[in-house]
Design a protein around this ligand. Structure first.
Ligand code: PA5
Ligand code: NI
Length: 188
């Protein structure tokens, strides 16, 4: 039987104590997800492979719920802000919540029935992600974007569809300002 415990979450650093696992995504692992592939190749050409985001988990396979943090670094590829891969959940009935702790960004969502939505990510806002909505977070600020996520332990991640089609919207910096446009290469 599992035993209850208090898990400390640092809203600035995203540290989870105790944690059960973590992983890092570097720019080279996000090839094909940015609209401007030349800028991505150029960014990697110098030999640097910056961390774009890190995920820290508190996940107990014997429990139905889990949570953790995502820490997104600020940055851009060309004029497109740093993004997560984006996914649907494998189990179609599973939603999720993203509770922003620090930094600023946007959460892009695409539904299976053709809608799209944008939820602001800023401290104090807890985004509700309904089942059957793909979700991708984007750091549009100059500081790390840190949020806590909560979902079903076995929700699962399906990256194939977003990896192949992209998302319906792009978040770009234009003339120094955040701009959200329709993705010209979205494969409907
Ligand atoms: O479960 C979630 O939605 C998050 O923990 C994400 O997995 C995390 O933010 C990283 O994004 P992605 O899995 O799309 O790379
Ligand atoms: Ni998710």
């Amino acid at each position: 039987m599992l035993f209850p415990e208090g898990v400390a979450i640092d809203g600035r650093s995203g540290a989870v104590t105790p944690e059960t696992g973590r992983y890092v995504k570097r720019l080279s692992e996000l090839r094909g997800l940015y609209q401007d592939d030349e800028s991505l190749q150029r960014a990697l050409a110098g030999g640097d492979d910056p961390v774009v985001y890190e995920v820290i988990e508190y996940r107990k396979p014997e429990s139905d719920i889990c949570f953790g943090t995502t820490i997104m670094q600020p940055g851009k590829v060309g004029d497109e802000y740093y993004l997560t891969r984006g996914h649907f959940h494998r189990r179609p009935e599973c939603g999720e919540a993203y509770y922003t702790q620090s930094g600023e960004g946007v959460l892009l969502l695409d539904s299976r029935d053709g809608q799209s939505s944008v939820v602001e990510m800023r401290p104090g806002v807890c985004a509700f992600i309904p089942p059957e909505w793909a979700h991708r977070s984007i750091n549009t600020g100059r500081e790390p974007l840190v949020f806590v996520w909560f979902c079903a332990t076995d929700a699962g991640h399906d990256y194939a569809e977003i990896g192949a089609r992209g998302m319906r919207k792009l978040v770009l910096e234009r003339d120094g300002a955040r701009t959200i446009i329709d993705n010209p290469s979205y494969a409907s």
